[in-house]
Design a protein around this ligand. Structure first.
Ligand code: P53
Length: 480
């Protein structure tokens, strides 16, 4: 039933992070090496390097993160002070299964999350948990070739079963794979590694490998949804996609078709997770390539049985695409090659195009296609903050960004009838950037004293946005 003048009274306001970007403690409590542990720090415009294991003498920013592993009680207390109803984080797979292929889980890792979730629940903060957020065991990359390998489904299911059972009375909201659709950009080594543990091999057709790996992940995701519901029928298990709407650069028909195909190429994952089947264009495309992917009849049945309860998505920006004059319509979407600047919007220092209306557009686009509730599990403004001598940070630009997005989100609910569960802005406490490994690309309401070289006291302090967000939550989004 649609009849909403306001956001739901049980609207899940909160904040979002991922284990590898803030926990640190990379070798504590028996934790194994994850793909995030072999990534060096990059910079604005400088890619992070993925090294062959952990190399001496190099700086790996995720090894310490912001030391949330030891400091979480202090941080959760601050979240509670802001009024958080929920807190989105992930379970580092390598704390539970250090190498990924063990039979028995690591008790010290399980205990850590028991304590962390208890700390949240103490303040009535619901944990919202991503099973796999860019931090799979590195051993699975080296030994099995990552998600190229069907065996990964079993390893993942072992992990999912252990944590579903262990935390079934503490965690209700889950997501399977974070931003599963980033790997659409299969020329991008970072996306391939973070999504699927894929290192391109000589002469390998990465487009084909990406479709194969993504298929195994989607099967694993569907199996996890099924299993989770068996373990606890109250579980709400969602998908998680990076929603970056792609607009045609002009009204030229070829540009419009280019944008349509780019949207299809980037969002077919949600068709599978929400609708339970591959879209027609992709069935046709894969058949035309004669790739003979390993997609069995049983797999297709599982995809139908394991559709998600809700759509979790990140939203930071929109992009614009233009047809290439002398090329036929492509079935892939490559950010570098296909994107053109949108002259109607401004960009952040990192070139992310700020477009609050794009959020409303995206929510409508999804509501038209998928009959599922939505959950904005990431949104935010990465910026350089200036800490004053009295420890204050005047981040009005961040407030402006979030306010404009919340306004559009509310319109999507109150004018357009979108069923929205909650909103968890990204990096509610400053943390290591996934894309660049920087600390200086900050998103938080809470400032963390640490720089790009790893120096700093790790001390926490409140930015201006802290009190602002507190007010927003208190008024259920009425007082912006
Ligand atoms: P950073 C690309 C595009 C949109 C979202 O990103 C992305 C990425 C990958 O970098 O990632 C999500 O830290 C991701 C988070 C990440 C956040 O957006 O590069 O789920 O882990 O930190 C922000 O500024």
């Amino acid at each position: 039933m649609v009849n909403t003048k306001h956001l739901r009274s049980d609207f899940l306001w909160g904040g979002a992070v991922a284990a590898h970007q803030l926990e640190g403690g990379w070798q504590e409590g028996g934790k194994g090496v994850s793909v995030a542990d072999v990534m060096t720090a990059g910079a604005n415009g400088v890619e992070r390097k993925i090294t062959d294991g952990v190399q001496p003498g190099l700086y790996y920013p995720n090894h310490e993160g912001i030391d949330f592993y030891h400091r979480y009680p202090e941080d959760i207390k601050l979240f509670a002070e802001m009024g958080f109803k929920c807190f989105r984080t992930s379970i580092a797979w390598t704390r539970i299964f250090p190498k990924g292929d063990e039979i028995e889980p690591n008790e010290a890792g399980l205990k850590f999350y028991d304590d962390l979730f208890d700390e949240c629940l103490k303040y009535n903060i619901e944990p919202v948990i991503t099973l796999s957020h860019f931090e799979m065991p590195y051993h699975l990359v080296q030994e099995y070739g990552g998600w190229r390998n069907r065996k990964l489904i079993d390893f993942f299911m072992n992990f999912a079963e252990v944590v579903f059972k262990r935390y079934q009375n503490k965690v209700k909201y889950w997501m399977t794979f974070n931003e599963i659709n980033n790997q659409t950009d299969y020329d991008n080594g970072f996306s391939l590694m973070t999504n699927s543990g894929l290192k391109p091999q000589n002469g390998e057709n990465m487009e084909k490998t990406m479709y194969q790996a993504a298929h195994y992940e989607l099967v694993a995701s569907a199996k996890a949804v099924k299993l989770g519901h068996q373990i606890n029928p109250n579980f709400q298990i969602g998908s998680m996609i990076a929603m970056v709407p792609l607009y045609p650069a002009t009204s030229k028909p070829a540009d419009v078709m280019k944008a349509e195909r780019a949207m299809q190429a980037r969002y077919w994952f949600e068709d599978v997770q929400s609708n339970g089947q591959y879209p027609l264009w992709l069935q046709q495309y894969q058949a035309n390539q004669s790739w003979n992917l390993d997609i069995t009849a049983e797999d297709l049945q599982i995809l139908q049985q394991g559709t998600v309860d809700y759509i979790g998505f990140s939203y930071y920006m929109s992009r614009c695409v233009q047809a290439h004059e002398d090329e036929p319509l492509s079935y892939s979407y490559k950010e570098e090659k296909d994107g053109v600047p949108n002259k109607y919007v401004k960009a952040s220092e990192w070139g992310w195009q700020i477009d609050p209306e794009g959020l409303r557009y995206a929510m409508n686009w999804m509501a038209d296609r998928y009959d599922k509730p939505q959950f904005i599990v990431e949104n935010g403004f990465g910026a350089i903050d200036q800490k004053e001598s009295d420890s204050s940070v005047h981040d009005q630009y961040r407030i402006d960004y979030l306010k404009a997005h919340i306004e559009q989100m509310k319109l999507a609910v109150t004018e357009d009838g979108v069923d929205l569960m909650g909103y968890t802005p990204w990096g509610c406490i400053d943390l290591v950037s996934a894309g660049t490994g920087q600390m200086s690309k900050r998103y938080g309401f809470i400032y963390v004293d640490k720089d790009d070289e790893g120096h700093g006291s790790l001390e926490r302090s409140k930015k201006d946005s802290f009190a602002w967000y507190q007010k927003v939550i208190k008024s259920n989004g009425e007082n912006l």
